[in-house]
Design a protein around this ligand. Structure first.
Ligand code: SF4
Length: 351
């Protein structure tokens, strides 16, 4: 990692302390925060209401450069994908995705560079974990995607931490970044429109529940039983489905928020009518929504997406069993928008 902290890593309190140390009034800290998080400006030369000595001191102490961002746009599918290069890793970086659907504009951001979980169908797990992202590197993604959305005449309405990585393994940085994204003077995104997705790591889930943060919690389920789930999600043993269902109830009690269960549909693996019946049985009476995600086929993997008719049938069986369901529309397949695919492609290009 770069020896200097990124300017996006600093809270308003830290920026005020820095300003005071430079013999400036503490409110200068809030001004810097407004530039960085409110307007997305990291380069100090643009911070016109700050004195030259303060701008020079910021440059000397922190990394105030704008991150290098490569965009892969696909206006036909309403999805644009960013690859943000990390300052410490030649050719490596993280992904963020902008998904535009009707009135909704969602930014999907990453919590780690790579991922240690290694779900069998996911490109992010292929190269393992490089490292946790800092709070600033998570916010850099938000800033980049927000700017892109603005250029397209849109406003980011939703945030999902569903990109590369397992957020609960980088809890503090993720939650601090989300608090900034939620802050009216930061990103200004309502808590109900912010989602954290996890494979189910008990310690992190409990902490989020106890802290009572009103963010939406999404569990990566992907199977109707623990046996199959452990084959698809190597970390699944950390929390079995019963524990997940129990945690969902505790989360609702603690935060007033219903959880979401993410379910990637893989043809011939977990997408049959029998799987749907088993899942409906398992989730009967649980307050939450199953989000069905027909698999995004990837050249490096042999998994297949089930036919649309089968997806509809799966959803219908769940509904008939009293389970709330949503189905993710096909977005981003033309630009490899599924998790980790673009990073893999960029790294292969750099080798
Ligand atoms: S799906 Fe999520 S948890 Fe699984 S390997 Fe990919 S990034 Fe990690």
């Amino acid at each position: 990692m770069s020896a200097r902290r990124r300017i996006t890593d600093l809270s308003p309190a830290e920026l005020s302390a820095f300003a005071s140390a430079q013999h400036q009034r503490p409110f200068r800290g809030q001004q810097i925060y407004d530039w960085v998080m409110g307007r997305g400006v990291c380069t100090t030369s643009a911070m016109s209401d700050l004195s030259k000595p303060l701008r020079e001191a910021l440059d000397a102490e922190f990394d105030c450069s704008a991150p290098r961002v490569l965009w892969s746009g696909d206006s036909a599918s309403g999805t644009e994908k960013a690859f943000l290069q990390l300052s410490d890793a030649q050719g490596d970086g993280v992904e963020a995705v902008l998904i535009m659907e009707g009135e909704r504009t969602t930014a999907c951001i990453s919590s780690q560079a790579g991922c240690p979980v290694a779900c069998v169908f996911c490109a992010s797990g292929v190269l393992g974990l490089r490292r946790n992202l800092t709070r600033g590197e998570i916010l850099d993604q938000f800033i980049a995607v927000r700017e892109r959305a603005q250029a397209l005449g849109r406003r980011v309405s939703n945030i999902v931490v569903m990109g590369m990585g397992e957020p609960m393994l980088n809890y503090s940085a993720v939650v601090e970044a989300l608090d900034v994204i939620h802050d009216p003077k930061g990103g200004g995104i309502g808590a109900r429109h912010i989602t954290i997705s996890t494979v189910g790591l008990e310690k992190g889930v409990r902490r989020l529940t106890e802290e009572g943060k009103p963010y939406t919690l999404a569990f990566s389920l992907h199977a109707p039983n623990d046996e199959l789930r452990r084959k698809l999600v190597p970390f699944a043993a950390a929390m079995d489905i019963d524990a997940m269902v129990q945690a969902a109830g505790a989360y609702l009690d603690g935060t007033g928020r219903e959880v979401t269960f993410e379910y990637v549909l893989l043809d011939g693996v977990n997408a049959s009518a029998a799987d749907a019946h088993e899942l409906a049985q398992r989730l009967r009476g649980v307050r939450g929504t199953v989000n069905l995600i027909p698999y995004n086929e990837n050249p490096g993997f042999t998994w297949k997406r089930p036919p649309a008719q089968q997806v509809d049938q799966f959803a219908e069986i769940l509904r008939s069993g009293g389970v709330k369901v949503s189905v993710r529309k096909r977005k981003g397949h033309r630009i490899l928008a599924a998790c980790g695919q673009l990073r893999l492609q960029e790294m292969q290009r750099a080798q």
